[in-house]
Design a protein around this ligand. Sequence first.
Ligand SMILES: [Zn+2]
Length: 286
Amino acid sequence: MVTDDPGVGPRRSKLHRVRVHVISDMEGVAGITKWEQVGGGEPLYEEGRRLYTEEINATVRGAFAGGATEVVVTDCHGAGKGWNFNSLIPELLDPRCEFVVQEHWTEYTGFLEEGCHAALFVGMHARAGVRDGVLNHTVSDQSWQNLWFNGVLVGETGINAALCGSWGCPVLLVSGDEAVCREARELLGKDLVTVRVKTGLGRFSARQLPARRARERIEEGARQALQNPTAVAAYDPGRPCEIEVEFVSTDAFDSFSRKPGVEVVNERRLRSRADSWWPAWRQFFF
Ligand SMILES: [Zn+2]
């Protein structure tokens, strides 16, 4: 069948491609307040996966409604075992997107390297130690206490934003609980679109929106965010860049301290320095 519609097919995508990276985590999804909902193999995990996948679908719908022509989703949730970065339910995913399963967090940079117009973060949680942050933690719920980029205390929103920023890609949307929305605006600026789907009452309790309403808000937030692609600058923690991590326990310190280029600050604190964030992160984290 021949179509004259210029909006269909490869012609349109060549003329104006809008490439959107959806980066997702699980703890910030509406309906999720417990580790048992985000840990691979736990009885509550299957429910958590469905809630998670549908918030991602809401983001994907909003992205396409907002003009995206290509959407790639990367799961950044370490659920444990074979579920690490592999919590999405493929058969439920919006068929218009593609999705990446990583072996290690922050290793997939291919879509960013090809050139990405915007990143949308969904299901995010606050950094470790934020009292109203539902399931608050930074990288590991057991072994990391604090993380700084050039002296600025950050959480996983900061890590993912710096990753995107390394290839000039701005973050235009962050969804999750009130604490992570606040954290993201403080880091990325007040013009960032944030969607609050719950308000933490503690680390494992929250006042929440029902899933369907949360998805409506996320879809609308994603659509809106893409209307103003210059509202937020790509995040760069600064050059040169110094990353410091304070661990909870000495065993985690030991495993990271053996890496070349990593400096010991004290017996629970390490430092990694480079000309910019990405090499400083890479020499420390991988
Ligand atoms: Zn997670």
